[in-house]
Design a binder for this molecule. Sequence first.
Ligand SMILES: *Cc1c(COP(=O)(O)O)cnc(C)c1O
Length: 363
Amino acid sequence: MSWKEHLREGIAELTALRLFDYDTAGPDLARLDCNELAFAPTPDELEGFVCALREVAVHRYPDVSGLPLREALAKRWHIEPDEILLGSGSVETLAMLMTAFGNYRHGAPPKVLYPDPSFPYYEVVARCHGVRPVPVPLDRTFQLDEACLERTIDRERPALAIFASPNNPTGNRFDAEVLDRLARRMDAVFVVDEAYADFDGRTMLSRFRATPGLFVMRSLSKVGLAGLRLGALVGARDAIAEIDKVRLPWNVSAVAIALGCAALTCPDFVERRVRTVVALRHTLETALRKIPGLVVYPSDANFLLVRVPSDASEVAQRLLRGGVLVKDVSRVGLLERCLRITVGTPSENERCVNALRGCATPA
Ligand SMILES: *Cc1c(COP(=O)(O)O)cnc(C)c1O
């Protein structure tokens, strides 16, 4: 017997997440591959962070459920703290959902429905939890095919569904009415992943009390705090109380709680970043649209999806040689020849446009 024989089914086939080795590319690399915010906190904000850190009792466990941060988020979202579950990033709350929900029925494993293309992590987390993925293709405009989704829901009876709105990597939002109708039809666990909702200005947070089984996932990663690993799941308080039982205690560190609170009590911390990114996205989009042969898809998020006229992997390699790292998504269904470009600083965006101009036009 070896440990290998005890590895859970499906794990051996997965690949661990490995991102680009940034150190190999030098300090000037424009990192437009991960949808992070390109701007560090301002000196004033950093001052606030340092003050908050002084108060952190690192020799003590933090509040077991991160209450101070849940209170700050509840105030922001006009809901109650016990309707919020914190995760070390929103992906951790996704793992908690899959731990808490999904039973075998008549010998068949539980299923999770999600649109395709979408966030690759949905499949990974599902497989790690013995939940069977049910991807449903988006239409040619990256929108939901409601009739097809309804048929799939009726046929497959998934325990869970998860829809990122705005969606990654396509950048578009989905219609809240359609999502709400699908949630009601499912009458199970229906998650709307709003990692990019700050840039879109719309949210389904006002709906979870009225629609049974509707959960909203939020993240602080895209608005400038990716390194803190802070995410949240919002839902009916009795459901949140059940999921809370599978959460590992103290899953969010004292440092993350303190700095998260400091950021959220900074007036305009999130809003100012969102305004900046959306303005830069418009500028980047306009510049990219002027490049012949390039198709730029409309975005409600902090990145743009573009289709290049030649082999996207080659274009990505050439961009990298020019000091610009983007995400090659061209091997994903519906996305042939597509690259995903995070909105960066003005100079990074300019470099990206210049580099693309140099290599997008067919020879
Ligand atoms: C970036 C992203 C997240 C955020 O994950 P965190 O764990 O909060 O950093 C969640 N969902 C989607 C679709 C994303 O693109």
